[in-house]
Design a protein around this ligand. Structure first.
Ligand code: ADP
Ligand code: MG
Length: 679
């Protein structure tokens, strides 16, 4: 049977079924085959009396010694009970709402019962098991795939259709060439479908799953390689290094060991002329920016341009400020280019950029627009890269001649995922913090405590510190009555704190100008309390702020809470974080507990991953990468690394079979990436 045949050619699929399938985008044989079992039922899993897991179903062989009459409960519910002898243990088997089974089950006969066995108060119980007469087991012990529900199509119907397809020979186009399969000990794709849909046992299914994992990893690697320049030699040539030392010596603080190490590593790599692709990952407040400034300084002093692309205008402005401060005596020209820069000003910036008069340009997406030309772009720095799609990265890359790339990220991601997301990026971890930083004292309180918390805030401000108050929403909304909003909180705080203490606010709905004014007033100390949404979550750096109050803390995820808390603890004074919530559900309590007790981003990420599961945690869609059905980014690291070689082999090969296969894989990569872009 051909992979691409329409489903109506399958025996048993009439017009009605065809229509249902079509609604779900299932048009061809391959679409059906690509619905994978979500689990398998293995009735050959026999339970043992000494040792059974009461969460996993299994089979027991037991002889029925007693059948009760059918009893009715409230409503239309009914049940009857069997007493069955399992190795001299009496098991109570209760069968609900199927009175007709009383006539089918026979006294003094042995059956295989498949279900979840529980032991409660010394009594063994099983509810609604599947069963078969022990002398007539027939297909009872066959491994059975369970499919996800598609509309009104039960798993069993899907299984039947797929079984029908696989009863024929299957032809799958553009399979991996034999050499690649042999080298990696993989079965053919047709075999993989057979193994995954009709396995004899778990090991069998695993053979299929391994093949699909390999394909998935290969697809991601090929997509990444393809969208990246494979030329590893940089056109950027450096000859002057003294300026970097002068810059580093001018800093008002000692570099941390990590900062020093990473700056040196990057410089050494640049000397060797290879194109640098580095992910600089460090917890909030670990001091990543100085690394970027140092490397930018080095490039600028060697006559190259540097583009720093930030995800938001606020951050772009802040980085601009930081760069200007650090480099104020260096003579390096720095400009800011964002969407809200005036047209006339923009024109002159673009001109200066194209003519090479600007060395460092900092901005938002404005930096990658078509009409932005660079004189000689040598380094691209992107911030919190996960907010940019795969494509946008490529666009900036094309504006230079093999420029270097540095990616700054505070999101602790396992090495595996870093590889998937960034392909051949080298990972540099900033794993220490500037000296003298104290752990942020974190407490979780009920809203009733707010007056006391605000009194505390006032005291801190009297000592010369500043504070953030975070609300989930900007405006009051009727159906969110109990959720804090900026407008209300701002008004309340104003009447409580002013005139002695000035209060300001910051949220995403303000104009760029108002936002800048707010953040500048806060930075300059004209405002002492900033009421804000999670807009301040990434990157805002005001070392004098030492207290953050997070209202309705239950509304924020773990990573977000950690990022928010990271806005304080940036100076040397003791910092405080108050999580305020009335929620009492377990999930919230657990999250608050994690934030209160853990201070390392990596620990919080790990806990978050456990709570949410990999799919949700990594937000594949947000990363602009295809969802992984088979790969587990935590445990499948080796597969992802192994497939890199194969990806390169396929892309470089001139052999026809290899090329066809490569085209097919790239096609499906771009298809999945496009799908995501449309969402
Ligand atoms: P992040 O890693 O979150 O981007 P930043 O680069 O914004 O952190 O640094 C946080 C604060 O620490 C900034 O105010 C920065 O100037 C300061 N800082 C950076 N490195 C050091 C250091 N080695 N010693 C003291 N303070 C430092
Ligand atoms: Mg930062």
């Amino acid at each position: 049977m051909d992979f691409n045949q329409p489903v109506k050619n399958i025996k048993g699929i009439g017009a009605k079924r065809e229509a249902i399938l079509k609604e779900h985008g299932i048009l061809a044989v391959k679409d059906l085959l690509n619905i994978f079992p979500k689990k398998y039922i293995d009735r050959s899993n026999f339970l043992s009396v000494e040792n059974f897991d009461d969460t996993e179903p299994g089979t027991i062989k037991a002889k029925i010694e007693k059948i009760s009459s059918n009893q009715f409960m409230k409503g239309r519910q009914s049940f009857f009970t069997l007493k069955a002898n399992w190795q001299d243990i009496l098991v109570n088997i209760r069968i609900f709402n199927q009175p007709y089974l009383r006539k089918i089950l026979r006294l003094n006969e042995s059956y295989y019962f498949y279900g979840t066995l529980k032991k409660e108060n010394g009594q063994y119980k099983m509810i609604n098991p599947q069963f078969v007469l022990s002398r007539d087991p027939a297909s009872f012990f066959e491994f059975e795939p369970v499919y996800p529900l598609i509309s009104c199509l039960p798993s069993k119907s899907l299984a039947r259709m797929i079984r029908e397809i696989l009863s024929h020979d299957l032809w799958v186009p553009a399979d991996l060439p034999k050499k690649i399969r042999d080298d990696n000990q993989l079965c053919t794709k047709a075999e993989a479908y057979r193994k995954i849909h009709l396995p004899k046992n778990f090991n069998d299914a695993e053979i299929g799953i391994q093949r699909f994992k390999f394909d998935e990893a290969l697809k991601i690697n090929m997509g990444i390689f393809q969208s990246r320049n494979l030329n590893q030699i940089s056109d950027v040539e450096l000859s002057y290094f003294n300026g970097l030392d002068i810059f580093l010596n001018s800093l008002p603080f000692e570099l941390t060991l990590s900062q020093d190490r990473i700056i040196r590593e990057i410089t050494a790599e640049m000397k060797s002329k290879s194109v640098i692709n580095r992910l600089i990952q460090g917890d909030v407040g670990s001091g990543k920016t100085v690394i970027a400034v140092a490397i930018a300084c080095l490039l600028a002093q060697n006559g190259y341009q540097i583009a720093y692309m930030a995800p938001t205008e606020i951050l772009a402005r802040q980085h601009y400020q930081t760069f200007c401060n650090f480099l104020k005596n260096s003579g390096i020209s720095i400009s800011l280019l964002t969407g809200s820069v005036k047209e006339s000003e923009k024109k002159s910036i673009l001109k200066a950029l194209a003519e090479g008069e600007i060395s460092i340009i900092i901005g938002t997406h404005a930096l990658i627009q078509e009409h932005v030309d660079y004189y000689n772009l040598g380094l691209i720095i992107t911030d919190e890269q996960h907010r940019f799609g795969v494509r946008q990265k490529g666009q900036l890359f094309l504006k230079g001649k093999n420029p270097h790339t540095l990616v700054m990220s505070a999101t602790p991601i396992p090495r595996t995922l870093a590889l998937i997301l960034y392909g051949d990026l080298t990972l540099s971890v900033v794993n220490d913090k500037p000296a003298g930083r104290k752990a942020i004292k974190t407490h979780c309180y009920n809203e009733k405590k707010l007056p006391q918390i605000y009194e505390f805030v006032k005291e801190e401000i009297k000592k010369g510190n500043q504070a953030y108050v975070i609300c989930p929403f900007v405006e009051f909304s009727e159906n969110m009555e109990n959720i804090s909003d900026i407008a209300t909180v701002y008004e309340n705080l104003k009447s409580d704190f002013e005139p002695q203490i000035k209060v300001g606010y910051l949220h995403g709905k303000m104009s760029a100008e108002d936002k800048t004014n707010s953040i500048t007033s806060f930075r300059d100390g004209k405002i002492s309390v900033l009421v804000a949404t999670s807009i301040i979550e990434v990157g805002i750096d005001v070392a004098n702020a030492n207290t953050i109050v997070i209202l309705n803390a239950e509304r924020f995820g773990l990573a977000q809470l950690h990022q928010l808390r990271g806005r304080v603890g940036r100076g040397e004074s003791q910092s405080w974080c108050f999580l305020v919530t009335n929620a009492t559900n377990e999930d919230t309590i657990e999250r608050m507990r994690i934030i209160v007790n853990h201070h390392e981003g990596s620990e919080i990420a790990e806990a978050d991953l456990k709570l949410r599961g990999p799919g949700d945690y990594f937000g594949y869609k947000q990363h602009g990468l295809p969802q992984m059905q088979f790969l587990d980014p935590i445990t499948d690291l080796s597969i992802i690394e192994e497939t890199k070689k194969t990806a390169q082999l396929l892309l470089a090969s001139g052999e026809q079979e290899m090329m066809i296969c490569a085209d097919d894989i790239l096609h499906s990569f771009y298809e999945s990436v496009n799908e995501i872009a449309l969402n």
